[in-house]
Design a binder for this molecule. Structure first.
Ligand code: GLU
Length: 276
């Protein structure tokens, strides 16, 4: 059974790029007689505005999509904490008290997930009074799990090589998990078989693949779709004048028609799919 999901973070209203992502995930499931899930990823620290979830549901209904909603991430914190404790106890995580400014001041290499952590706290004596994040000791994890592959429905079989991303954060200082840990655990708990999302998250998948191997989770397939970009080639964003789905709905636009246009790759106002 194909199970896909749309997993928006309530940090701001949904726009056309989200609508495209939801339609792609919805149709992949429905065409295969499967299930399409909605999961609200509402643990993004102070940026998270859980009240936006209701607007997201209205947006999806307006587009004519049918979904099953699974529990929001804020209700699953105990699961994240238990997995993090397990990884910590097994020696795969270490405490990191560095601030972003401290890391930047070291002139770090930039990887797919931003600054690559130089490992300062790995060897530093613990500073118990300072707020700490938990980082994955990537080299150690990879040494133990061995070579890994993952399969993208569009791009084919990939070698998982997350060393380029370095020791990514697994539990944030300001949130009970990182996106990587929460989404990986949830996709397993929700029985997702085809993780459908934008290509901007392609490089995060090797990290998720390692977490699956460490935590003995089932391995889904992935479908990373191309992103919608505006006339200047940039990702759609409200701050660059891209109207939200709520704006379109309130202006009387027909959501069913919009969903059909997205399926046909007919995009309004200079918007197009980014080249692969
Ligand atoms: N919550 C993420 C976002 O809104 C999506 C995560 C995912 O699809 O894996 O960007």
């Amino acid at each position: 059974m194909t199970v896909t999901r749309f997993a928006p973070s309530p940090n701001g209203p949904l726009h056309l790029g989200h609508a495209y992502s939801a339609v792609v995930a919805h149709d992949l499931a429905k065409r295969a007689g499967g299930r399409f899930l909605l999961r609200i990823e509402d643990i993004d620290g102070p940026r998270s505005r859980p009240e936006l979830a209701e607007a997201f549901r209205r947006d999806l209904a307006w587009l004519g999509l049918e979904w099953e909603e699974v529990p929001a991430q804020s209700t699953r914190l105990a699961t994240y904490a238990a997995a993090a404790q397990e990884l910590l106890a097994r020696g795969y995580l270490y405490r990191c008290t560095c601030t972003r400014a401290e890391i930047e001041s070291l002139g770090p290499r930039i990887g797919s997930q931003g600054a690559v952590y130089p490992g300062t706290c790995k060897t530093r004596p613990p500073e118990p009074d300072k707020p700490a994040a938990l980082r994955l000791d990537m080299a150690r994890a990879l040494a133990d799990v061995g070579p890994l592959e993952w399969e993208d429905a569009v791009a084919g079989v990939q070698r998982a090589d997350p060393l380029e991303a370095g020791d990514v954060v697994i539990v944030r200082k300001d949130a009970p998990a990182s996106y990587h840990l929460a989404a990986t655990l949830d996709d397993a708990a929700d029985s997702v078989t085809l993780v459908t999302r934008g290509e901007d998250l392609f490089a995060a998948t090797p990290i998720h693949r390692v977490l699956q191997a460490l935590l003995d989770l089932p391995v889904p397939r992935w479908h990373h779709h191309r992103l919608l970009v505006d006339a200047s080639g940039q990702k759609l964003a409200k701050r660059r004048g891209s109207p939200s789905l709520a704006d379109r709905r309130e202006a009387g636009e027909d959501g069913l028609l919009l969903a059909e246009q997205l399926r046909l790759h007919r995009f309004p106002g200079g918007i197009s799919l980014a080249s692969a």
